[in-house]
Each structure stands twice: as C-alpha cells, then as structure tokens.
Design a protein around this ligand. Structure first.
Ligand SMILES: [Zn+2]
Length: 361
C-alpha cells in the first residue's frame, strides 16, 4: 500500500526499492533520422516544437562553420502514467548544421520512478562535436493506479477534498497549507484572472478537473451544445496552462441542480448520460460544508460540517470553494483532524468513487 500523506520532506528516490515490483522500466525512445543529410542549415520542423529549446550562440565565422544545435520533443511535452506501469518515451529529434543527426550524442537524464507517485522531469541534452548543446525537458506525472484506489477505498476513511470555482486570490494560501501536510486534493476550475495558478496546482500533485468556463447557469444550461462549448473551452484553457486534458468534471450546481429547469427542461438528465458516453466522469459530493451559504460563512461551520461528514462516510467527497477565505482558513484544522485520526486524503481520479445525486431536471 502506498503512503499518500507522508511528510513532504521525504525524498523520492530514483532507484526502486529492492522489494518493489515491478521494477522501474524506461523504454528508450526510437532514434529518429533527420530528413536531410549533414549539411542542413535549418532544423526539420517537429510536431511539438519546444519553447525551451535553446540553441547555443554561434562562434564567429572565421573559427568554424556556423553551428545550430536543435532538439525538439516528439509526442506531448507533459504526460501522465499510472504507478507501476511502463513509461514509453515518445522520443525526440536532435540535429545540427555540422553533424546532422545528433540522436546518438543526445543524453536523457531523469529522476523518474514509476513506483512512486509524483511529478518528474526528463531532460534531453543534444551535443555536437564541438560541444555546443541544446536542452529540452518533458514532464511526467506518475499517478495512483486502479488497484491503489481500490485498496485505499476498501480500507475506508478516505477523504477527497474538492474545491470549486477557483482559482482565486485565496488559492495560493490554500496550496501552501496543502503542501505543508503533503495532502493532495481536487480543484474543479473555471475561468479566472488567476488561471495561471492551475500550473502550481498540477505541479504540486493535485487533480485539476473541469467545472466550466463561465459557470453561468443561463449560458451553460441553455442547451447541450452550449454546455459542451463551455466545457471544452475550459478544458482547452487548462490544457494550454498545464498540458493535460482532464476527463473529470463537475456540473455547476451539481447534477441535482434545479435552476437549469428555467433554461432547458430535462437537460441535466440528458447531460448526465451524454457526458459519460463521451468518456467523462462526473462528480457530485456526499459531504457539503455549506461554505457558500450566506448564513453559514464561518470557518468553524466549514470545519464542523467537513469533520462530521468524514466521520459519517467511509469515502467522503467534500464540497468546498477556494473562492472563500473562510473556507481556506478551515482547511488546516480539517487536515489535522484527518491525519490524527487515520484518514487518507486523496486526489480524485477516474478510479475514485463517484457520488451521483438524484437528478431533478
Ligand atoms: Zn461551482
């Protein structure tokens, strides 16, 4: 059983423990031949040119011919794999104007450990005969696998803290608290001035899931087409920031909302079915902290509702909003209660329990 809430200071080691199975497996990328021979002056376009590719400044022409080293990744620059699975490197194209194909003299370095969940960097460094280099990196997230989630949930006392409607000016503070305890959560995000914060949410190991772009009931529930336009717009906005497209969603107001009735009769019934047919997992909640209600906007109320819900559910999916400072201010006490009483905090995944409300429209 992996340990999700171990102290953040524990170093993730590259080499797997002797008892860990299966062993770390990294498949070397295929060697890609450049399209021309050794006198190429401009690099071959790549399917995924990387902004971090940094050709070294060339020497003066009197010393030797101009040399331009380039390296570009094939495949996605950000990838996700499940724990204990094999990572297959999609490869790269490396070349320069002197040596042509630099694949053989490109080194790949990484601390990737497929047995440990985490965020890893794989760095590719191309070098030509005169020592000029270019470097590019790929991010690989290792996530818990299906068996991990089954084992956690079978044991019970699992808590999925979920934060909707951000990122906001309160999110940075929340991320600091979560990091202090190495607790991973889920953010159902919408468009925001602070959208850059999804990068930090993802890099810190949290699940970044999709709420909608506008979160406007009158827009998203006008029609199914309007809903999907808004959902995909947000999914792409997040992809532009973090390089990943999430299949995890939460409906504004939850699937049980009745406000959608004013805009389109029966739309929640149809959407709940069609999102799953399209491969999305939708999450309602089974614990509400009531943090959005005008009459209960205090940290004490949020904390008490969260803890009461955790006690009453084997698997608690807790609704909160990182748009409220009183919510963020309750989180440390919720985490302390959980860690002191044997609860396991996890980020949602497609393998997690999916609470679904009764649909009323
Ligand atoms: Zn919301």
């Amino acid at each position: 059983m992996p340990t999700p809430n171990k102290p953040a200071s524990v170093e993730v080691k590259y080499a797997p423990a002797a008892t860990a199975t299966p062993f770390l497996t990294i498949t070397m990328p295929p060697i890609i031949e450049p399209s021309e021979s050794t006198d190429i002056l401009s690099p071959t376009p790549s399917p995924s040119p990387s902004p971090s590719s940094t050709p070294t400044p060339s020497p003066t022409p009197t010393e030797r011919p101009e040399s331009v080293v380039s390296i570009n990744l094939l495949g996605e620059p950000v990838m996700e794999i499940k724990r204990c699975s094999e990572w297959i490197d999609p490869g790269f194209v490396a070349q320069d104007s002197i040596d042509g194909n630099l694949a053989a003299s490109t080194t790949i370095s990484s601390d990737l450990d497929v047995n440990e969940v985490g965020c890893y960097t794989v760095t590719y460094t191309a070098r030509n005969v005169v020592g000029d280099t270019a470097e590019v990196s790929r991010t690989v997230y290792v996530r818990y696998n299906k068996e991990d989630y089954e084992a956690f949930e079978a044991k019970g006392k699992v808590v999925y803290l979920t934060f909707d409607d951000g990122p906001s000016e309160n999110t940075e503070k929340l991320l600091g608290i979560l990091d202090k305890y190495n607790v991973k959560v889920t953010f159902f995000v919408k468009n925001s001035d602070q959208l850059d914060l999804v990068k930090k949410e993802a890099a810190n190991g949290h699940t970044v899931a999709i709420h909608t772009y506008t979160h406007s009931y009158s827009k998203v529930y006008r029609s199914e087409e309007a809903y999907y336009d808004d959902l995909y717009k947000m999914r792409e906005a997040v992809y532009e920031k973090i390089g990943l497209r999430s299949n995890l969603i939460r409906f504004p107001g939850g699937s049980s909302n009745t406000v959608s009735r004013s805009y389109n009769s029966g739309i929640m019934t149809r959407l709940a079915k069609s999102v799953q047919e399209k491969g999305f997992c939708y999450f309602d909640w089974n614990v509400s902290t009531t943090d959005g209600n005008a009459s209960t906007r205090t940290s004490d109320v949020v904390r008490d509702h969260a803890i009461a819900g955790m006690k009453s559910k084997n698997i608690a999916v807790v609704l909160m909003h990182d748009t409220h400072s009183h919510t963020v201010n309750a989180v440390e006490e919720i985490i302390n209660f959980g860690l002191e009483n044997g609860y396991t905090f996890l980020p949602l995944s497609e393998y997690s329990f999916q609470p679904h409300h009764g649909i009323s429209n």
